[in-house]
Design a protein around this ligand. Structure first.
Ligand code: MN
Length: 370
């Protein structure tokens, strides 16, 4: 790592300290307990930087998906240049054009015990606010390392993401009248329904095809993220929070109502260039209505009301995503009239005590056309 003049020469050579707010720093051995920091770094690609105090500097790895909470899932750790001790509490914005441009915040910090420190394997016990446990970092090739949690998960009930098949979409029955008591009512947007999975700041989309005849041809899940690239920022906003969301992608037309033709154009984009151009011309919004998974736990068995409360707790509101209001059932008639005026397909009444179930329970979700 670096040359022999100073452990920090690589760090300092990469940066212009007249431009970046980062500390130039100096090698500074400290007494007392060894410290560590994990910084969340919204650079070109979101990652987390793990830095361990050793010999007066911070030995550093960049973790694209963060510190693994579970011993069953190892994460990549890219060994990077040693950082100065003054970086332990660095937070701020590195201006565009500089190395590591983007915002950096302290995600966790604390002390640690080194159990083993070899050239290719490091074992540490971290004592932070968010991360507490024994971890091994081991080199696989060059600067590529892996980080593995050696302790059981901090949350003993945490489950590994089971894949899309564990989330069969719940559907609404069509009705002609709105129930009131015990229901919440929301707009139906007439968009492309999708399930969204976010883990380690990365977003995946899974199209839900309920009416293949009416719907435009949905792209494969992997292609969908490329076509709706503005939604990637939702993954970055969620950081390490792992979720599965149910919702609809909409694209607004000139009158401010969801436009089916524009949505179809975006869904059908054949090239990366077209996707990029259309995302600027006809930006999309993900209208999130339900939460099916949260941090290693399925939430589908919970009543709708409770799932909505958990969803609210995530405070999802951003340039390309929002959680539209669920209104009390008594507002149903007014909402239905508004849907008609705004050219929306209708409203959906959802029973507040209903779990998220794929099989038809005609009274759980009722779609009433405008
Ligand atoms: Mn970084």
């Amino acid at each position: 790592m670096g040359d022999s003049t100073s452990p920090l020469s690589t760090y300092q050579a990469k940066r212009d300290f007249g431009e970046t707010p980062e500390p130039a720093g100096a090698v500074e051995p400290s007494g007392g307990a060894l410290r560590f920091v994990v910084q969340e770094h919204h650079a070109t690609a979101l990652h987390w930087d793990l830095r361990l105090e050793r010999g007066g500097v911070l030995v550093s790895w960049a973790l694209p998906k963060g510190v693994p909470p579970d011993p069953r899932t190892n994460h990549l750790a890219v060994h990077t240049e040693d950082h100065p001790m003054q970086y332990l509490d660095f937070q701020g914005s590195i201006p565009a054009g500089n190395y590591g441009a983007g915002t950096m915040s302290v995600w966790d910090t604390g002390t640690y015990e080194p159990e083993k420190w070899g050239d290719r394997e490091v074992i540490v016990v971290l004592h932070g606010e968010r991360v507490d446990g024994r971890y091994v970092l081991f080199q696989t090739r060059g600067n590529q390392w892996m980080i593995h949690r050696m302790d059981p998960p901090a949350d003993p009930d945490r489950q590994v993401w089971p894949g899309w098949t564990a989330f069969p979409p719940m559907t609404a029955a069509t009705g002609s009248s709105l129930p009131v008591d015990g229901y919440g009512v929301e707009f139906a947007w007439g968009g492309q329904r999708v399930l969204t999975f976010v883990s380690g700041g990365r977003l995946q989309l899974h199209p839900v095809q309920l009416h293949p005849v009416d719907d435009p041809p949905a792209a494969e899940g992997g292609e969908l993220v490329g076509r709706f690239r503005e939604l990637r920022a939702l993954g970055e906003a969620l950081g390490v929070t792992e979720v599965v969301l149910d919702g609809e992608i909409i694209v607004l037309g000139e009158g401010g109502q969801p436009s089916r033709p524009r949505l179809s154009e975006r869904l059908g984009a054949r090239s990366d260039t077209t996707s990029r151009r259309l995302s600027e011309r006809y930006p999309a919004t993900l209208m999130v209505s339900d939460l099916l998974w949260l941090d290693g736990h399925p939430t589908m068995a919970l009543p709708y009301e409770q799932r909505r409360r958990l969803l609210s707790g995530l405070s999802l509101s951003g340039p390309a995503w929002q959680v539209p209001t669920s209104y009390p059932g008594s507002d149903g008639p007014a909402l239905l009239a508004a849907a008609g005026q705004q050219g929306l397909p209708g409203v959906v009444a959802k029973r507040l005590d209903s779990p998220y179930r794929p099989q038809d329970d005609a009274s759980a979700w009722i779609f009433v056309p405008a």
